[in-house]
Design a protein around this ligand. Sequence first.
Ligand code: DMJ
Length: 648
Amino acid sequence: MTTPALLPLSGRRIPTLSPGASSFPHHRATLRLSEKFILLLILSAFITLCFGAFFFLPDNSKHKRFDLGLEDVLIPHIDSPKEGKHASGQVVIHGQGAHDEHRHREEEESLRDKIRADHERALQEAKEKLRKSREELQAEIQTEKNKVMEELKKKDAGPKPLPPVPMPKVVGVSDGEPAEPDVKEKRDKIREMMKHAWDSYRQYGWGHNELKPLAKKGHSTNIFGNSQLGATIVDALDSLYIMGLHDEFKDGQEWIEQNLDFGVNAEVSVFEVNIRFIGGLLAAYYLSGQEMFKLKAVQLAEKLLPAFNTPTGIPWAMVNLKSGVGRNWGWASAGSSILAEFGTLHMEFVHLTYLTGNPAYYQKVMHIRKLLAKMDRPNGLYPNYLNPRTGRWGQHHTSVGGLGDSFYEYLLKAWLMSDKTDTEARKTYDEAIEAIERHLIRKSNGGLTFIGEWKNGHLERKMGHLACFAGGMFALGADGSPDDKAGHYLQLGAEIAHTCHESYDRTVLKLGPEAFKFDSGLEAVAVRQNEKYYILRPEVIETYWYMWRFTHDPKYRQWGWEAAQAIDKYCRVSGGFSGVKDVYSSNPTYDDVQQSFFLAETLKYLYLLFSSDDLMPFDSWVFNTEAHPLPVLHLGNITLPGSEPSQQ
Ligand code: DMJ
């Protein structure tokens, strides 16, 4: 048997004595050994106790150390004149006798309890907060999710239908074949020109915005951003329909259905997109009854709405279709928006509200009208520039041509389109036209009536091709004008038509220049080289058509035919139709652009000029500024959403 060694607390079993093993001679030695053993045992038990005491001290004592540390950090205010702090951070009580010491201990204890309670409460609150924020976060995520779902649902369902509003009666979409064979022949020729323009675009520029008829490829300008939105397809659709080119119409319809997507990263002109795309899609919808066109128009209109997010509600000229960020043209006076742009939204936007039941469109354009009505007008004239941030006019330039033109046109047409119930629009138009006549319209020495441009109190005796549309506008507005001036305005329309015809007739190509002067012995001719171009514009032919409808004077058909022949002779190329750079040159160069408005307007007006009046009659249809026909809204007792007095 080996002598048991005092084993450390290693867990090995301590050996015991066997009962039958003791005898006296060994007794003393045995006893001594036992005593030693017992002593060792007691000693080891004591050491164990000390160790245990160290490791198993009550929590409380550890907390005390921790609490003291916290006190140091959290409550420096426990310092008092009587108390100082030890370098270790422990509170040192300067002795004042046993009683004081006891009292201090009690105070300290209660202070600790308070701190502990505060601490626990703070912890609890923090936990609560964390738990609450998470919930809030979840709630926010849920709200976002719901919104997206709603949007998706809305998208799926398309625009909200407007149940009680009847579809306007689509009348007058007849063949319009003229009785006279020679007129029919001319009309057929116009249809053939349309087909050449369309087929060329179909072949060389399909899906692009416009066509380069000489290069035989697609073309686009900054008004459409760097996009391929098929502007020519949308702009041409209703002309194709009216001309009975149904296969071509179907082709365009299919392209729009499958390809026209407005979620593109393109900065477009709000005005151009409105008059060409929204106007074109709405007209295609009303003519064909195909819902798809309406849905596309509404999708696009939604993309334009962010342009109205300006301090005044006057929209930016351009908007990025994807981001919704808007801005103005860099060239516009003092960051201004342009009168003819923000003032040429009314017709389309009223129709959008009518068709969708969404008051937003109507409210946006009515807001513009109300804002303009409140502003001072120099000499009763509307300047072309208005700053959308400040709501102040920019340069005091007024024009019935570029930058001003269709603002006046839409005032009149808002009245006509409302079945003559929007008398506010009519009154605004009458007042504006009166001021224009007083300050801008003059007779040249040779007896030609022209519309000049007003620049800071000075009349520039120059008229743009664009201003030639006004002949048709004066004739269209004659009926209903104040003070029995219908005859006067019809006459004014005829005079403008005559002047504009002269601007064509005095050129070599028999096509009108971009701008012409009445100055220094000059009458209706362009002076500057950069004003001698003709880019397939419609305004002069547009006026011939209106004048024809109101007077049936054969000269208007004659003048229209002259223009059609000149276009066919000088602008036609194998890849479509091109603008020309100098109408005074017998050997003109081409600009190599087939503008989308050539198909939308120029050829449409020509076709209507050689059709009978029962095709698209004026009492049922109003043409937007891009010649897209929109039906007159016979609203009767229907109130447009958003037009209720409280919402205006
Ligand atoms: C067309 O886009 C519209 O008629 C617009 O109002 C101004 N001019 C162009 C064509 O010239």
